[in-house]
Design a protein around this ligand. Structure first.
Ligand SMILES: [Mg+2]
Length: 400
């Protein structure tokens, strides 16, 4: 069998940026971003599907460049093809998450082909399932959202902020869901968050018995994360913005996190995810793949990984981000009892719905800020003002 072609599908997910501020815009639309899917075609009529993140429009070009490495080759030789693609991007400086984003979707699609040819779900080829259901955590900003997730059976939720953590919100969520549900806080590592401020916030968070405190500082300087780790008695999570085993190595090797969060669309592929998980396992670190901006194909891929690694914690899942999530692939994953069941079909178990994807052409490559809902990056709010405020103002924002 030989690879005959690679086709990319770049689409707009979430609210269209030109409509975001329109009166009456669908309240279910939150944010806007590109999703990039790809298909690898073969001369045997078997097609593999994958998904890439890491700046989708740029990654699309990378995938198209790498198609010249793939066409004519045997799709069964996954690790060899991955290494050939990796070598091909060396000359471009490896390109970080763009390069590993391209590798992710390509490698995922090769596994899909292998599973379809062998008539087995990918998890079966990775050593078999350790677990049949993958527990997930959802996102909640309000008590109503938290109770809704709880009603769906979720046992864990995460509430997102941008550096400044509203401790009252965390307290309200805890009151709303009771003591049994796990709560995580994502600070999104804004560039203006100093380690000392992140420590101040982290110490306040110790009272809430959190599942984890995610990206307390920006990811560019891991020494800052080390300062937070040394000063705060809350489990830390990070890793969504780096690619491959090499990107996650310092987080794990230095024991900077309790939870490593590779993004399935830019970690470098299924095997890279498993290598990251294995390295983390040796450090007592759990795996909780990032999915915040990803589409549904990567979610399927994450299930196959999480079924087969012992230290899988939870999969991130944004349950209600955009109705189109449930239109562009088949079948659709459905949460039951706070978990997703393993796909049983050969390969990844998911196919693109091309007509639906075509209805959402890519418009903008970089997501807009959210509408004026007070969540993040809004001019004139405390979130924005901390960029320029002196210590007294910052302290008031951080500790209201
Ligand atoms: Mg995050």
């Amino acid at each position: 069998m030989r690879i005959t072609g690679v086709t990319t599908y770049l689409m707009q997910a979430g609210a269209r940026p030109d409509l975001m501020r329109a009166k009456g815009a669908d309240a279910d639309f939150r944010g806007s971003r590109n999703w990039l899917f790809l298909e690898i075609e073969t001369d045997a009529g078997v097609t593999g599907v994958g998904e890439c993140s890491g700046w989708p429009r740029v990654v699309e070009t990378a995938v198209q460049d790498l198609s010249h490495v793939l066409i004519g080759q045997d799709p069964a030789r996954i690790d060899r093809l991955w290494a050939q693609c990796y070598r091909a991007i060396m000359g471009h400086g490896l390109t970080g998450t763009v390069g590993s984003g391209a590798l992710s979707g390509i490698e995922m699609a090769l596994w899909d082909i292998k599973g379809k040819v062998l008539g087995q779900p990918v998890w079966q080829l990775l050593g078999g399932a350790i677990r049949d259901r993958i527990p997930c955590y959802g996102h909640a900003h309000t008590e109503d959202e938290a109770r809704w997730l709880q009603g769906l059976g979720y046992t864990a939720l995460k509430t997102p902020f941008t550096g400044i953590v509203d401790l009252d919100r965390v307290a309200r969520l805890r009151d709303a869901v009771g003591p049994e549900l796990d709560i995580a806080v994502d600070a999104h590592g804004p560039s203006w968050m100093t380690p000392s401020d992140a420590i101040l916030v982290g110490r306040e968070l110790e009272a809430f018995d959190l599942l984890f405190y995610e990206d307390p500082v920006s990811p560019e300087n891991l020494d800052m994360l080390a300062r937070v780790r040394d000063a705060v008695a809350v489990p830390l999570a990070a890793g969504e913005r780096v690619g491959t085993l090499h990107g996650c190595r310092p987080h794990i090797e230095r024991d900077l996190v309790d939870v490593i969060q590779p993004d399935t669309g830019r970690a470098g592929g299924i095997t890279q995810m498993r290598k990251i998980a294995a390295m983390a396992e040796a450090h007592g670190i759990m795996l909780a793949p990032h999915s915040g901006s990803l589409g549904p194909v990567a979610e399927f891929a994450a299930l196959h990984v999480m079924a087969t690694v012992p230290n899988a914690l939870l999969l991130e899942r944004i349950e209600d981000d955009w109705p189109g999530r449930y239109e562009v692939v088949t079948p659709v994953l459905k949460i039951e009892g706070g978990a997703l069941a393993l796909p049983m079909a050969p390969g990844l178990g998911v196919e693109l719905v091309h007509e639906a994807i075509a209805r959402f052409p890519a418009i903008r490559n970089v997501a807009s800020g959210p509408p004026d809902d007070g969540k993040a990056y809004v001019p004139g709010t405390a979130e924005e003002a901390v960029h320029v405020q002196t210590r007294r103002s910052r302290a008031r924002s951080l500790r209201p």
